[in-house]
Design a protein around this ligand. Structure first.
Ligand SMILES: [Zn+2]
Length: 476
């Protein structure tokens, strides 16, 4: 852990060095941050937080919100809590600062279910073993929450004057769409977000492949459009088939849809993303990714890409997966109605109406199309002080790392805030070993203790530079 050691050395620099380093800041007596104790607390908090069962469904995020409430009470920090439904708790706290647009540190309290049979420990244990904290939420995304909490408390404990408000927020229901969490707060408590200009949320961060570290900061994501398709027709008995009925109409429509290719194209954000990671891939992908636009019209290359990396392929076009079917509930009954559901993800610059018109024309007029869920496309700018600050702090800690603005194929709660014109970035100050990445929604989810400790220091540094008017850490 050489980097960690050097960080510690810097943070506990001698007083003389401190005076020089802080000479440009107004001098005043203020509480010193005990970083090492805070890092110890962060590891213990993470273990406790993982131990609180917030598996969604049902979520029971109120128990997680109360965990933060206890800490805020002990620290003498005001907070607010609100339930969107029984047990669906959300909590937020604010440090008041100057007039600059505020920053919101957001994470979700809920986690996905875990099947204990496939784990080597209880998924709710928070067990610390061989340098790892184990448990559901270790990567998605209770560690983010603890890094945010530790940073928020570092600012509060040192009474650091701020140029902007800093808001800590933990919400319910992200794993099921966020409508009882971030989406509900945006609707029901809009005043919280009035002076907020920036958001740090899950969705990006570092990966460590055998010591080669690369960071992605998520600036946009594909836009989910979940569609329900319905066909209706003459019902009847299975012994006397009709020429055409609901099932045959649906099967024919889905086959047309399966064969339909949405036109591939490389939007600017994806160009930046792919050219930024090109070096990490062997030929021919290195050359292709550095200039993807000149390859997307080659259907052979696109098929190869879909096999090579389905996630990257999905960044080059609108996609749909056919995921659910509902037919007759009896084998000998021709149902008057059958349904299918498809999970579509649009490129972030796609006009949803024209895309829906294309979908309808492929499926045909016999199929009724209902939009179950659809978000507004949006891309956050990289030309901000927050982007530069996150990049600088990351590269100071990982001088050899790549750092690219990233488009992700999945979605997070960030879209609720991009809709409010808040600059939203997906970023966690952690470099997850590649072999652990499968733990997200998988088995034996775990985070290295080093990532927690280093992540606390890095996140404090980011907020210190972006929001503080004097140093939080003495060497700064
Ligand atoms: Zn998550």
């Amino acid at each position: 852990m050489p980097r960690l050691t050097s960080l510690r050395q810097i943070f506990f620099a001698p007083v003389a060095a401190v005076l020089v380093a802080t000479a440009t800041f107004p001098t005043s007596v203020h509480a010193q941050l005990d970083l090492e104790s805070l890092q110890d607390e962060a590891v213990a908090w993470l273990q406790e937080y993982i131990g609180i069962n917030t598996i969604n469904p049902p979520g029971n995020e109120t128990a997680g919100a109360e965990f933060f409430a206890r800490i805020f009470e002990a620290e003498g920090i005001e907070y607010e809590m609100a339930e969107s439904a029984p047990g669906r708790g959300n909590i937020w706290a604010r440090l008041k600062g100057g007039d600059e647009p505020g920053i919101l540190l957001l994470h979700h309290i809920d986690v996905v279910p875990a099947d204990e049979r496939f784990w080597t420990t209880d998924p709710l244990s928070g067990e610390l073993r061989d340098g790892y904290v184990y448990g559901r939420g270790a990567l998605d995304t209770k560690t983010s929450g603890i890094l945010h909490l530790a940073t928020f408390l570092a600012l509060a404990r040192t009474e650091t004057p701020l140029n902007r408000d800093v808001v800590f927020m933990a919400t319910a229901d992200e794993e099921a769409g966020g409508f009882f969490g971030a989406g509900w707060l945006v609707e029901q408590k809009p005043e919280i977000f009035e002076n907020i200009g920036f958001l740090l949320n899950e969705g990006g961060g570092g990966s460590d492949v055998d010591g080669t570290v690369n960071f992605g900061l998520e600036v946009t994501q594909k836009v989910p459009y979940w569609l329900r398709l319905t066909a209706t027709g003459e019902p009847g008995h299975g012994s006397r088939p009709l020429v055409s009925y609901a099932s045959t109409e649906m099967i024919a429509a889905l086959e047309r849809f399966r064969l339909h290719q949405f036109e591939p194209r490389v939007i600017p954000a994806v160009h930046v993303h792919l050219s930024g990671i090109a070096d990490r891939h062997a030929e021919p992908w290195r050359s292709r990714f550095s200039d993807m636009a000149s390859h997307v019209s080659d259907s052979g290359v696109m098929r190869e890409l879909q096999i090579y990396d389905p996630g990257l392929h999905a960044l080059t076009r609108n996609t749909c997966s056919i995921t659910r079917f509902e037919g007759s509930n009896k084998i000998n009954v021709v149902s008057p109605e059958v349904a299918a559901e498809i999970d579509c993800r649009l490129l972030p610059d796609q006009d949803p109406d024209s895309w829906l018109a294309e979908v309808r024309s492929v499926l045909g007029s016999e199929i009724d199309v209902e939009v179950l869920m659809g978000f507004t496309p949006a891309v956050s700018s990289t030309d901000t002080d927050l982007f530069r600050t996150v990049r600088d702090v990351t590269l100071e800690e990982f001088p050899d790392a790549g750092f690219v603005p990233q488009v992700v194929g999945g979605f997070t709660d960030s879209h609720f805030f991009r809709d409010l014109d808040i600059t939203a970035y997906g970023y966690s100050a952690t470099a997850t070993p590649a072999e652990d990445a499968g733990g997200v929604h998988g088995n034996d989810e775990r985070v290295t203790e080093q990532n927690v400790r280093r992540g606390v220091a890095m996140t404090i540094k980011i907020l210190e530079r972006f929001a503080a008017t004097r140093p939080v850490m003495e060497d700064f």
